[in-house]
Design a protein around this ligand. Structure first.
Ligand code: MN
Length: 244
């Protein structure tokens, strides 16, 4: 049974080589997100011909205000990959101008992905779920994974109705958002992630193998064995990949 890490910053670990080796050894399907267009070719080169790792092209919302001029480079690289992330909106900033830049960047990203079709997006939506869902609209022609979702139950329901998946990580397991999300969304919509190295486990950056702490919690929530929880997440990921 294969583990899934649908959102991992492989290029930001202190020792990415060790993490890469662990992914390969354990056979963990991993979406390696990047935060800026310049990081995409570098990460791809580093990952090489891995069977398990897919590198995603990103432009992180928290960097949008200083990297908006890299948007043309992002759009130029877009045809090279099916995987897009980390992208999205983050309204922790209360600066209207920063939020406006984020909306411009994310709007352009979504529009280009819609034109291309068939992309898989891993999206950051902190305090900005309504605007993220509006930008995507109900008919987005591709697959959307909402990473580290912290919205309300109603927002989760809305997102699920729009066809979104949710990737859940070890830091979420102990938060109020966890019960809210898992109580609302059907298990067919759930994926696992680490958001490593940002999420930490016992003082260390979470590694892809640590999605097992999430599958244990999912098993509890779903009242099944951990093996069944792992299988459910794998089935969800495979369905997502096979849907154009
Ligand atoms: Mn992230």
């Amino acid at each position: 049974m294969r583990l899934i890490d649908a959102h991992c910053h492989l290029d930001l670990y202190p020792d990415p080589g060790a993490v890469l080796a662990a992914i390969e050894q354990r056979g963990i399907y991993t979406i390696a997100v990047t935060n800026a267009p310049v990081a995409f070719p570098a990460c791809r080169l580093f990952v090489g011909g891995s069977k398990f790792i897919r590198v995603a092209l990103g432009l992180h919302p928290e960097l949008a205000h200083e990297r908006e001029r890299e948007l043309p480079r992002f759009l130029e690289l877009l045809p090279q990959t099916r995987y897009i992330g980390e992208v999205g909106l983050d309204y922790v900033t209360t600066e209207a101008t920063d939020r406006a830049v984020q909306r411009r960047v994310f709007g352009a990203v979504v529009q280009s992905c819609a034109q291309a079709g068939g992309k898989i997006l891993t999206i950051h939506s902190r305090r900005a779920v309504p605007d993220v869902l509006t930008t995507l609209s109900a008919q987005f022609p591709g697959q959307v994974i909402l990473h580290w979702f912290t919205g309300s139950a109603r927002q989760a329901e809305q997102a699920a109705t729009q066809g979104c998946y949710f990737s859940v990580n070890p830091a979420m397991v102990t938060s109020p958002a966890w019960d809210r999300l898992l109580g609302t969304v059907s298990k067919e919509r759930i994926l696992t992630e680490t958001d490593g190295p940002f999420v930490r486990i016992q003082g260390h950056p979470a590694q892809p193998v640590n999605v097992t702490s999430v599958t244990v919690a999912l098993a509890k929530q779903w009242k099944c064995s951990e093996t069944e929880a792992v299988a459910q997440v794998f089935t969800n990921f495979r369905r997502l990949l096979r849907t154009p």
